[in-house]
Design a protein around this ligand. Structure first.
Ligand SMILES: [Zn+2]
Length: 295
């Protein structure tokens, strides 16, 4: 990522990369612990799949993804997204154009639109785009961000929630975000923290170690990435996920008997649980003026 050629093995891969299917990269995939061969950069500490699948391969795979469980958790996800929008309120009380990268089924875009943002997004999964259209009357672009033609200096906010860990070239994507943002625009980034307590306690079984993740960031590598692309971090905090009890029980095969009874199952769905693992970064970074002349 920093173009250094000095790196060392970090973790040995635990699945056969040639068997990777669209089900492995679903957002709600629970095959934790399955990882690519990972290397760690000796300079910026970025951890990355090595060898890494090509952008084209990943794009095709995500195009086929269908993930109904994700949509069932819309309520929990809405809570997460509302927290983010509250933070953005303080930075941009005036509203404007908001672009969501990897918009999935449009949950975030729908909430943002209700709060006065003019929204756009891009997403490779045809299934997700269909859900966004049917359920929220949202038209999301089909495709991948790195190849899209987007207007420069146009957006007040670019959202990348759980996006950069899925792509082979994070610096490219962040640089594009810099170009399409207005001079004082903000990039909001959520991505797992590989140095978090949870990552260290769970080791190989950390829930973010999964086939869909090609890169893992630390505070140092994220700082590096953002500065290099022309951003300055204005706010950073740890991210806690909200899920329903039903979702969490369904992640754990030994507890799935609790979901057998339909009355109970719907009850569990109504109970939101905030996972205070704080093992992701939630970062707000503004476009640096000095960098603008370079682009
Ligand atoms: Zn590096």
């Amino acid at each position: 990522m920093c173009s250094s050629l000095s790196f060392a093995p970090f973790r040995t891969g635990t699945f056969d990369a040639s068997s990777l299917s669209k089900d492995h990269i679903k957002i709600t995939d629970n095959d934790y612990g399955k990882i690519w061969d990972l290397s760690r950069c000796n300079n910026c500490t970025h951890v990355f799949a090595n060898p890494c699948p090509s952008q084209e391969f990943i794009h095709n795979l995500y195009g086929e993804v269908e993930d109904p469980v994700y949509q069932e958790e819309a309520e929990g996800r809405s809570k997460n997204f509302n927290r983010i929008l509250k933070s953005l309120d303080k930075i941009h009380p005036e509203r404007g154009n908001l672009f969501d990268v990897g918009a999935a089924t449009g949950i975030l875009l729908d909430i943002s639109r209700k709060q006065g943002w003019h929204v756009e997004g891009i997403e490779p999964s045809a299934w997700a785009i269909g859900v966004a259209r049917d359920r929220y009357n949202l038209e999301i672009r089909e495709g991948i961000f790195e190849e899209a033609t987007l207007p420069k200096k146009h957006y007040t906010v670019v959202m990348m929630v759980d996006f950069i860990e899925h792509i082979p070239h994070p610096l490219d994507a962040i640089s594009i975000a810099q170009k399409i943002l207005l001079p004082r625009g903000t990039l909001c980034l959520v991505t797992p923290d590989i140095n978090s307590l949870a990552a260290r306690i769970f080791g190989q079984k950390w829930w973010h170690y999964r086939p869909g993740h090609l890169g893992y960031f630390s505070k140092k590598s994220l700082d590096f990435l953002l500065r290099r692309a022309g951003f300055r971090i204005v706010k950073a905090r740890k991210y806690s996920w909200t899920f329903s009890l039903h979702y969490l029980l369904s992640r754990k095969p030994s507890l799935s008997f609790l979901l057998k009874n339909r009355v109970f199952a719907s009850f569990w769905k109504k109970i939101p649980i905030k996972l205070a693992l704080q093992d992701s970064f939630e970062i707000y970074a503004t476009k640096e003026k000095s960098h603008e002349s370079l682009s």
